[in-house]
Design a protein around this ligand. Sequence first.
Ligand SMILES: [Zn+2]
Length: 458
Amino acid sequence: MRSKNPIRSKDPIRSKNPIRFKDPIHSKDPVHSKDPVHSKNPMRSKKSIRFHSSVPALLILLAAGVMLSGYSDPDPESKLKRRAARIHAAALTVDSHTDTPLQLNREGFDFGRRNDPVESGSKIDLPRMNEGGMDGIWFAVFVGQSDRTPEGNRKAWQRAREITRAIHETVDRFPDDLELATRADDLKRIARKGKHAIYIGMENGYPIGNNPDLLDSCYAKGIRYMTLVHTKNNDICDSSNDTTEHGGLSPFGREVVSRMNDLGMMVDVSHASDDGFYNIIEQSRAPVIASHSCSRAICDNPRNMTDEMLLKLKENGGVIQMCIMSAYVKTPTPDPQRDSARREVVTKHGNYYKLDEKGKEAFLADWYAVDREFPEKLATVSDAVDHIDHMVQLIGIDHVGIGTDLDGGGGLADCYDVSQMGNITLELVRRGYTAREIKKIWGGNLTRVFKAVEAAAE
Ligand SMILES: [Zn+2]
């Protein structure tokens, strides 16, 4: 669809984006800049994909030399990369879960500038979305669980409103590049204009406290899914990381699910306890999503879904969006130095979610410093695609997608920020997935579920 779209290639804003073309990695990468497919296709400038690898520079130069000499039979790896880049560019790509709003109001952060992921801790901004060929991204309005009191609920609602406002302001700041998306079809419509679709989800139902009417306000602000719970139980549902309180979904939670169905908001089962998951499926009259979850058979973590749950999800017609949070992808090897340095940050600053803005900033500065001093041994794209493989084999190609959790802890060794999303496509191509299958994974399936949710609404 993309390659036939004349509007995209004429978009003056994108093609003139100075940040993009000054990117030293881009301009110095001989393979990339001389890629014949890239240079002959004017559309490619809209959504050119980089494949970052650890291949030494010398090998890259050698590969470039082979290509420059007019060799008609380039090495299979280059061929594969070009095929993957074509598929990635042609697919409507959407990431169902990111915590970028946590960055939006941080001092020194500019969404329109290319931020260094290691220095700043930021994984998503406009230049890197372009590099990673992402058409759409869901921004999460995330409020961490705190006191379940009228005062706590009031503060959480206020915070949710502030974050939602920050998202709207960001979209308004870049009218030529971003557009707020509220319908399943908006992804296609907005991508056709050469812009990125920004969808809004809410992570943790805590801000609505015990007032279901607030769901209507969420909907009015453009929020189109809600992750019912986070890492602590709330009034709606038990968390996968907490004790059993309601035995799954609470009676109020059942009311919430029904109201979300009525409104046409997707119900997100990520972070719910296993019992909560089954209760949600039972309660919902529309398909549900797991906006960022992996397979427990591949990585044993309570946040991941068992095969039994996945089969139930298939029956429901829903979709699981694979998360690239390293700890959910591959069980981490213990790193006592890093763990104790992180504990020290928590001891020094206290509970992150209870801090004011200044306190949060100071906490994050120390937290990212630990990341720099003791880098996490991250799982790889290949480890992550093992999850996709397993889930596709179990429940079929129509029920699996991608929700990275970037800016919320997501990131792999070779897919560390949004600029590297093409590496996932490359691995899928390497494993024999067809273009049609990859399109389903990169957004087709999520869009189908969203449409079904819209259709089921009153
Ligand atoms: Zn999460």
